[in-house]
Design a protein around this ligand. Structure first.
Ligand code: FAD
Length: 423
């Protein structure tokens, strides 16, 4: 955007005098601020985050960072970046309310900020299931840098860990503790691990993987209560089983931080509702990242994703729109999770298991590597790989190009997918 040039966006003209206020300084908010500057936006950008730390990456918190208490925080950008880019970063500050008529936000400390465009990048917070005793001081969480710091500091004394939730975060931590030779129990309501995110084939592979490392999986079960026992806790499961542990990690999924939007009268439904251009029901306000529920690019409904890719790509798409190059958000979703030496990568979006869904295995499975091509009818929807990064990269290409790969081709490990992607 040339200096002084003004571009029209719904709800306002962004020019070098415009003020953009971003609520939430996580992956989405920081990337948006950076992308606005990259695209030449010279106006004021204020980034407000309630976390007191310099904005950081979350993925390492349940992985390597835990093993190294006192390691430098995995910051998203060095402090100098915000200064050099003239980004007004306010950490430890919380937006308490939005006055849409006045286009003004109020901070918890009473301060006020006017905006021409407001961006909600408020992320998500941990779900807290209604379990009696969950308020135990032995409860650990892994959402913030402070959470991870606390867990890392306790790690030498945690011989027995109980984990509520067999999703990515719970299993990453479980693998890490099992690696250290600790006792680990993981409890989940679902009959298989990562059930909302991966195919039954990949769940089965990871169940074998974790069980082989000594992790005790309690699936189709629930934590009915937690009580103090000695210096630790005792978990009572619905099945009648009991687990003794030094601490409990809560990893039962997240819920979108949509309260601010709801209180301001914006449309919300398990996330802040946005259109394909990431506009909320007020065109002067956009939402991106974990908190945003957007139209499914393949049509039919909406979705909300919790991934770095989605946060970053939505931030870039929004920066493009605000600087005059609007395009519907349709980036290919991809994701990774590292559990011990197993690196899971997912490209695309698998439909929920059911009639019409077909999973095709590619490659040997006995060698600690696996690829699953997931079809809906004859259409390839997603590819899940374990320790097969080349397949993942190819899958992103093939899915991105809409290249037809037949189930027979996918299942034949000698079939050259790379050549197909080049055609
Ligand atoms: P967030 O990063 O949650 O940032 C939003 C920020 O806004 C938060 O700091 C929040 O406190 C703040 N905020 C909310 N309301 C207000 C308010 N009113 N005022 C001021 N600030 C506010 N994804 C992957 O793709 N791969 C992984 O391996 C992976 N591992 C993960 C491991 C862990 C432990 C966690 C917690 C997440 C992981 N994720 C992973 C998910 C990924 O980190 C999220 O999808 C990503 O952080 C979303 O970015 P965001 O900016 O939308 O939200």
């Amino acid at each position: 955007m040339a200096r002084g040039e003004s571009v029209t966006v719904s709800g306002g003209n962004l020019n070098e005098g415009s003020r953009v206020v971003v609520v939430g300084a996580g992956h989405a908010g920081v990337e948006l601020a950076a992308a606005l500057r990259q695209r030449g936006f010279a106006g004021a950008v204020t980034l407000i985050g309630d976390d007191p730390a310099l904005p950081y990456q979350r993925p390492p918190l349940s992985k390597d960072y835990l093993k190294h208490p006192g390691a430098p925080a995995p910051v998203l950008r060095a402090e100098a970046f915000y200064r050099d880019q003239r980004l007004d970063l306010r950490t430890g500050a919380r937006v308490a309310g939005i006055d849409r008529a006045a286009r003004r936000v109020t901070l918890r400390d009473g301060g006020q900020l006017d905006y021409d465009h407001l961006v909600l990048a408020t992320g998500a917070r941990n779900l807290r299931p209604p379990v009696p005793g969950l308020d135990t001081p032995h409860l650990l969480e892994l959402r913030t840098l402070a959470d991870a710091g606390r867990m890392a500091a306790l790690l030498p004394r945690l011989d027995r860990l109980a984990v509520i939730g067999a999703g990515f975060v719970g299993l990453e931590a479980a693998a890490l503790f099992a690696d250290l030779g600790r006792q680990v129990d993981v409890v989940d309501l679902a009959p298989r691990v990562m059930s909302r995110a991966v195919s039954p084939e990949v769940s089965a592979w990871f169940q074998g993987f974790h069980a082989g490392r000594g992790v005790r999986l309690h699936l189709s079960d629930r934590v009915a209560g937690i009580e103090t026992a000695g210096s630790g806790v005792r978990l009572a499961l619905g099945s009648g089983a009991r687990i003794e542990a030094d601490a409990v990690l809560l990893a039962a999924g997240v819920t979108a931080n949509e309260d601010l939007a709801r209180a301001a009268g914006l449309a919300v439904a398990d996330g802040v509702l946005v259109d394909a251009l990431l506009r909320t029901s007020d065109p002067a306000i956009s939402a991106i990242g974990d908190c945003a529920r957007f139209p499914h690019p393949a049509g039919g409904g909406t979705l909300r994703l919790e991934s770095v890719q989605n946060a970053v790509d939505q931030a870039r798409a929004l920066a493009s729109r605000l600087t005059g190059a609007p395009a519907p958000y349709a980036a290919l979703p991809w994701f990774w999770s590292t559990q011990g030496e197993a690196r899971l990568q997912i490209a695309g979006l698998a439909p929920p298991p059911g009639p019409g869904q077909l999973s095709v295995l590619r490659g040997g499975q006995g060698d600690g590597r696996l690829s699953v091509f997931v079809y809906e009818g004859d259409r390839l929807r997603a590819v899940e790989t374990v320790n097969r990064p080349a397949d993942h990269m190819l899958a992103r290409k093939l899915l991105g190009l809409g290249c037809p790969v037949t189930p027979a081709q996918a299942g034949d490990d000698t079939f050259d997918l790379k050549a197909l992607a080049m055609t």
